[in-house]
Design a protein around this ligand. Structure first.
Ligand SMILES: C[S@@+](CC[C@H](N)C(=O)[O-])C[C@H]1O[C@@H](n2cnc3c(N)ncnc32)[C@H](O)[C@@H]1O
Length: 1006
């Protein structure tokens, strides 16, 4: 270990994430990871989990907390990017194809190629490049890198071969850093160690050394809302000791899986693969013994398609409920309904090779909906007459005296798994997709067939088999015996299962074949096999949709493809071979070092008590996903038969303890949790809270929680993490706010008046730092901003929060008490008013890029408003609340006079032409302002007024024009600003603004 690694030498050093964080690049990287969908590292353990936080973002947070911010911010940034695999040279490793020496010599000018390459045979090539490889004398020449060439040097040359694209495009074309592996970082360690005083060659070594320098030991990271384990996994992979907990046992299981399955050693992985294969073979053998999946002629069933069936009250006919009669788009298979008048029912005949017109007709099945979410109807035709009945009528919906709706469905009981003969909804197998190995070549061939008597007999065999064992299976915990508990408002998860089908226990969501496969898979006590089980359950249930246009003829989709646990009229059931694909998924492997200690607990966040150095958490915010309601689907299968590793967890969703909503109860529970976490960290400990930015009240909510928990904000960043919209800034972007927090030391007092100055100073210094880094980075990298205006704005807000939450007492009020004060509808709390005040102060201090601060300070309120909002418009922002907020912040009396549209999502400023001659008279807020005069000039130039005349109007419209050099310069500067911002929005006005700028700049005075 390096002699500079001295315990606690960084004890009080600010963390890098408190100073800077390359949010633009991280947004591009996070987007790339989210887009990988099934290629994501932990997804194979549970693709049903919603809202995974990108590993790359988690890595950035963890590193950002451990790395020190030095007085060389630009170098800090460079080193950080190297550690993230985001530096220029790392893209050589991330590039999808190795760059060959011959390509380099063909393109780059190198003075002495022997500095880098060994050429065989020697002396054939000229000593400098580029080399023309079409020369036949060079045909057999071989070129390789000099073996003693330092990797950094090699990378420096290779980098020049990469396209000079913007970062986002480069990321799009490259591998994710984690896909490349440790070798990606081979070139960085000398620079890293020189900058940090460490002696590391791997991440775990670096993390340990930074931990010692900051906390005196390998850093301990806690996540008390661990969910699928993305944060703890990344922390452990990096080399932190990890404490993870969640209220939900399914979350704990996924977190455990990340650490022990994906993080396993190679040797353990091989053992596991063998165990997995043998368990699957056993399941398959049991099913084969029953002979219920083969037709006896070499075909094995891949998918069974089932549908509900009801008696039409108008005709007395039994009608299958099939929303679309198209069985498979690629096989052009359709289900024809052939009337059988004797038995008053339909025979379902599967026909392949339907014509395009027949396929189109078959799109309409026997279920029709009044709009996407409207009332469903049973529809069928007999002898040319259409009969249409509401499904609610079939169920027998009626209103109770208390106004609630009930129906006449029989509620299923604990031993039911198929409908009783008298039930309103029956169930019917209507098609089977068969498969067999191709007679020639590799792969399988498939066909869709109608159901015959032999198939029905096999159905009965399965049903008898399950009926005879269900009770024992339930007693042993191999299949659920847990009641469905309906969720709370607004979505009432699980209610549809009861209301639409009469299902009351979780196993009712599975048919006989699915119960059989599930029970057999659940026999094993190997914890690592439970991931395969949950993946199979997700894609093999009565709630698993049949997608008739997926690959291989169609796909049986997952229950959690959406978050609604709704019943289906028809569904797909996987044969055991097809289900096995999910149970035997190959997991990625990233071995977690043996010395790393990990602990996974199933408990509420406010129960945490073990000491940690850092907490990085992603708490539930705003009810995005109701984990505590939807995961009962799996808990029901695991709770009675959990393997030893999971058996000490509480196998219940404990909904009352779950943090949800955004109301006072939410705040109270969050405060309890964060208070506890704060107690668990040392005085120099650090926390990062991630949350998806959803509503404007978020700042006040978070400030309350932070205050009441005894924390203080030290930075905030905004990273776009969601797939959609990343390329269209300003449109409904979904991203993540990262709030960096420290323990609040002492009880500092201040007043609101003093705060105003402090906030302003904090905001200005933060803005200057980031804007300065943009400038520094311009020289270093491509011509791109490290921070965009919106990032700087966010950092400005954070600076305001930082100033605010530093104080325990403001205007004589105890902020921990104020923060816990319940909200009264329609009333603004003291904290709300402080936040509003802080945000306004921050907004006022934020100068749009392109206007010097000195000039900005002298502008009128309305001018600032117009210029700032034009900047936002140029970046695609259109929502009215921005205009309202900035109008307040800049103290504009009536911003409406400046608006062309005030529609909620289509708000827009007036263009120069739309202003025409308005807003120039005495009462107008832009009266006599330089901006108004410039806009007037632009309008005139658009209307082809002669340049000399335009200039003379400009000098008349700007008071003291000839006396004030400042005003003349400002006019040219504002015209230049308009030209830049209007380039895309209004190119004609942009070009007029450019002309005006040049006229003003070249005007002879005196
Ligand atoms: C947004 S998710 C975390 C997602 C996670 N970071 C990931 O990437 O998968 C929030 C988690 O908080 C858990 N949760 C809700 N209330 C809780 C409480 N009172 N204590 C502990 N965990 C809770 C939920 O079960 C859920 O897993």
């Amino acid at each position: 270990m390096s002699s500079s690694v001295i315990a606690f030498s960084l004890r009080n050093a600010p963390a890098l994430i408190e100073q800077l964080f390359p949010v633009q690049k991280l947004s591009a990287e996070s987007y790339k990871e989210q887009m990988a969908v099934h290629g994501k590292t932990l997804t194979a353990l549970g693709s049903y989990w919603k809202g995974r936080k990108p590993l790359i973002l988690n890595k950035a947070c963890i590193l950002g907390c451990l790395l020190p911010a030095t007085d060389n911010a630009a170098r800090d940034l460079e080193i950080f990017e190297m550690l993230m695999g985001m530096d220029h040279a790392s893209f050589v490793g991330r590039w999808p194809r190795a760059i060959k020496p011959k390509e380099i010599l063909g393109r780059l000018a190198i003075d002495d190629i022997s500095d880098y390459f060994t050429v065989d045979p020697e002396g054939v090539l000229p000593c400098c490049s580029p080399i023309d490889w079409s020369n036949p004398t060079y045909r057999d020449v071989r070129v390789s890198w000099n073996t003693d060439l330092p990797l950094v040097e090699r990378r420096r040359v290779e980098v020049q071969m990469l396209p000079k694209s913007p970062y986002r495009e480069l990321v799009e074309q490259s591998h994710r850093p984690e896909e490349v592996g440790d070798s990606l970082y081979d070139h960085i360690w000398t620079s890293v160690n020189n900058h940090l005083g460490t002696a590391a060659r791997t991440f775990p070594e670096l993390i340990e050394q930074l931990g010692i320098m900051r906390f005196g030991h390998r850093p301990r990271l806690g996540d008390t809302f661990c969910g699928s384990g993305q944060i703890p996994f990344e922390a452990a992979r990096l080399g932190c000791d990890v404490y993870a907990s969640d209220l939900n046992p399914v979350a704990c299981m996924l977190t455990w899986g990340g650490i022990h399955v994906v993080g396993s050693s190679e040797c353990n992985r091989n053992l596991f693969n063998r165990a997995q294969r043998s368990a699957m073979e056993q399941v398959q053998a049991e099913i084969d013994k029953l002979g219920v999946e083969s037709d006896g002629n070499g075909w094995r069933a891949k998918v069974f398609l089932y549908c509900a069936e009801v008696r039409c009250p108008q005709t007395g006919w039994m009608v299958p409920l099939i929303p679309s009669r198209v069985v498979s788009k690629s096989y052009r298979a359709v289900a024809d309904l052939i009337p059988d008048p004797n038995n008053k029912c339909y025979v379902v005949q599967i026909r392949n090779d339907a014509t395009p017109t027949e396929m189109e007709t078959a799109e309409a099945g026997t279920v029709w909906r009044d709009g996407k979410y409207g009332e469903a109807f049973l529809v069928h035709q007999l002898e040319g007459v259409t009969f249409k009945t509401k499904i609610s009528t079939l169920r027998g919906d009626y209103e109770r005296t208390d106004g609630t709706v009930a129906n006449r469905l029989r509620l299923w009981d604990k031993l039911d798994f198929i409908p009783s003969p008298d039930d309103i909804f029956q169930e019917r197998l209507y098609c089977i997709q068969w498969m067999r190995p191709k007679s020639k070549g590799k792969g399988e061939e498939y066909e869709f067939r109608s159901v015959n008597d032999a198939d029905l007999e096999r159905e009965r065999v399965v049903a008898r088999h399950v009926a005879a064992r269900l009770k024992t299976w339930q007693d042993r915990g191999l299949v659920p015996d847990m009641r469905i508990e309906v969720g709370g408002p607004p979505r009432y998860q699980g209610q549809d299962l009861i209301r639409a089908r009469g299902w009351t226990y979780w196993h009712h969501a599975f048919n006989a074949r699915q119960l059989l496969t599930g029970a057999l898979l659940n026999e094993s006590q190997d914890a690592r096999l439970k991931f395969g089980l949950t993946q199979v359950l997700n894609c093999n249930s009565r709630l698993s949709r049949w997608n008739n246009s997926g690959g291989g003829g169609g796909i049986v989709k997952g229950v959690f493809d959406n978050q609604a646990l709704n019943t289906l009229f028809n569904y797909g059931c996987r044969g055991s071979g097809y289900a096995r694909d999910l149970a035997e998924l190959e997991y990625k492997r990233f071995t977690i070092e043996e010395m790393v200690k990990t602990q996974v607990e199933c408990q509420a966040a406010n129960q945490v008590s073990s000491p940690q150095d850092m907490f990085v958490t992603d708490p539930p915010y705003g009810d995005a996903v109701k984990y505590e309601e939807i995961l009962d689907f799996f808990i029901a299968w695991l709770r009675k038969n959990a393997p030893a590793e999971f058996s000490h967890w509480v196998w219940d969703s404990r909904r009352s303890l779950a943090i949800k909503g955004e109301d006072d109860e939410f705040r109270q529970k969050m405060v309890c949790a964060y208070k506890k976490m704060t107690e668990c960290i040392p005085d120099n400990g650090i926390q990062v809270i991630m949350f998806t930015h959803q509503s404007g009240s978020i700042w006040a909510d978070m400030a309350n929680i932070v205050w009441a928990a005894g924390l203080q904000v030290t930075a905030a960043w905004y990273v776009v993490t969601e797939a959609e919209n990343i390329l269209r800034p300003g449109t409904n972007v979904k991203g993540t706010v990262l709030l960096v927090l420290r323990k609040r030391a002492g009880t500092h007092k201040t007043t609101r008046d003093e705060l105003a100055w402090e906030i302003q100073e904090e905001v200005e210094s933060q803005v200057n730092l980031l804007a300065g880094l943009n400038q520094d980075a311009k020289g270093l990298y491509r011509d791109e901003n490290v921070f965009e205006d919106a990032d700087i704005q966010m950092a400005g807000y954070a600076a305001a929060l930082r100033a605010l939450t530093h104080y325990g007492i403001i205007d004589g009020r105890d902020m921990t008490v104020e923060a816990m004060r319940p909200r009264v509808k329609g009333e603004e709390t003291f904290v709300d008013s402080l936040i509003r005040f802080a945000v306004h102060t921050a907004n006022r201090a934020l100068v749009p890029l392109g206007i010097p601060k000195a000039h900005w300070d002298r502008l009128e309120s309305a001018e600032r408003f117009y210029l700032k909002l034009l900047d936002l418009e140029a970046r695609g922002f259109k929502t009215l609340d921005n205009y309202q907020n900035f109008a307040k912040a800049f103290k504009v009396r009536d911003f409406r006079a400046l608006m062309a549209s005030q529609k909620a999502n289509q708000a827009r400023l007036k263009s120069a032409v739309e202003f025409g001659k308005t807003e120039m008279s005495d009462g107008a807020e832009l009266h006599h302002s330089v901006l108004r005069a410039v806009l007037y000039g632009v309008m005139e130039l658009v209307k082809n007024v002669d340049g000399i005349e335009v200039l003379s109007h400009l000098s008349l419209n700007i008071p003291d024009y000839f006396q004030s050099q400042y005003r003349r310069e400002l006019a040219a500067e504002l015209a230049n600003y308009l030209a830049n911002k209007l380039e895309i929005l209004r190119p004609v006005e942009a070009s007029a603004a450019r002309i005006l700028r040049d006229l003003a700049r070249n005007q002879r005075i005196g």
